[in-house]
Design a protein around this ligand. Structure first.
Ligand code: NAP
Length: 289
């Protein structure tokens, strides 16, 4: 479906560095085409030192909304005054909405993951979730697991102090109990047999050829392995789980869900069902999630 860019076209965008790999332009533009909207979504490579200037350009250029990716999510939470409660809790913004010239920061990562985990029927309620990582994506994973009703969440991170800081930030009355560990806990004979889900919220496997040592065999046969990384092929984190016939999912479902939520925030209309999913799968060269 080809569309004309003309003098009335309104832009939405993603800011990141690097950003060339982003699948968001394909997903959002497919939805604009399906809705015949005179809008276009583009990717801007914004270096860290130019981020504050790029934020100021959003109202100046009448850009309707902007997604943020590495390395801007946390700095946006410090720079934007008007934040959703969720963006404030996560300390990260992945959606900037231009409200008549005022910027509003929100975060759709946790809601996107929560929706995907519910669709996957993760059986997490009342059980143990292991979340690997302690950055912004791990915070979103912890919140999603809390909302689904995990009884306990074990945060395992290379830097244990960051795991403890995340636990402190995410501890709320009546929410799941939280435990913190280093990555050595991923071979712990007491922890792994109780896991209902193991979530990778680090770039391990993307920026490194190998994943950390993890005792896949010790997990229950119905344990779900969820990698926030998405790729054309199975990721290094998921491969051993697939070999053991465990349930697996990568971050494509989360990306679609957070993208659909962002589209609605930017354009005040929901994307047609299935359009963003089809665009993502096509750009990944896959025919299923
Ligand atoms: P981040 O803030 O940079 O967090 C990185 C985390 O990964 C930290 O806990 C860090 O540990 C750990 N880490 C980094 N390199 C490591 C290594 N070589 N070995 C062990 N641990 C390592 O990143 P983020 O924004 O949270 O994103 C994490 C991942 O989630 C990224 O791959 C991102 O693409 C993905 N993501 C996917 C979606 C989606 O929609 N599917 C959405 C958001 C993010 P230390 O604390 O020790 O440094």
């Amino acid at each position: 479906m080809s569309r004309d860019i003309n003098g009335a076209t309104v832009l939405t965008a993603i800011f990141g560095d690097p950003v060339e790999h982003s699948k968001s332009p394909a997903m959002h533009n497919a939805a604009y085409a399906a809705l015949a909207m005179n809008r276009a979504y583009v990717a801007f490579r914004v270096r860290r030192e130019n981020f504050a200037a790029a934020l100021r350009a959003i109202p100046a250029l009448n850009i309707a909304g902007v997604n943020l990716t590495v390395p801007h999510k946390e700095s946006a939470a410090r720079l934007i005054r008007n934040l959703s409660a969720e963006a404030r809790l996560l300390g990260a913004v992945n959606c900037v909405i231009n409200r008549r010239g005022d910027l509003y920061g929100d975060n759709t990562d946790a809601r996107g993951l929560e929706r995907d985990l519910r669709e996957l029927k993760s059986h997490l309620r009342g059980g143990l979730a292991i979340v690997i990582g302690a950055g912004g994506a791990a915070a979103a994973a912890v919140l999603a697991c809390q909302r689904i009703g995990a009884r306990e969440i074990a945060i395992c991170n290379r830097t244990i102090a960051r795991a403890r800081a995340l636990k402190k930030r995410m501890t709320r009355p009546r929410a799941s109990a939280m435990l913190t560990f280093g990555l050595d806990a991923l071979t712990d004979a007491e922890l792994l047999p109780r896991a209902r889900i193991v979530v990778n919220a680090t770039p391990m496997g993307l920026t490194t050829p190998q994943f950390a040592s993890l005792d896949y065999d010790a997990t229950p046969t119905d344990c779900l392995f969820y990698d926030l990384i998405y790729a054309a092929q199975a990721t290094p984190f998921l491969r051993p789980a697939i070999a053991l016939k465990r349930r697996v999912a990568d971050g494509a479902g989360m990306l679609i869900n957070q993208g659909e939520l962002a589209f609605k925030l930017f354009n005040r209309i929901a994307p047609p069902a299935g359009v963003m999913k089809a665009a993502l799968l096509e750009s990944l060269g896959r025919n299923h999630l």
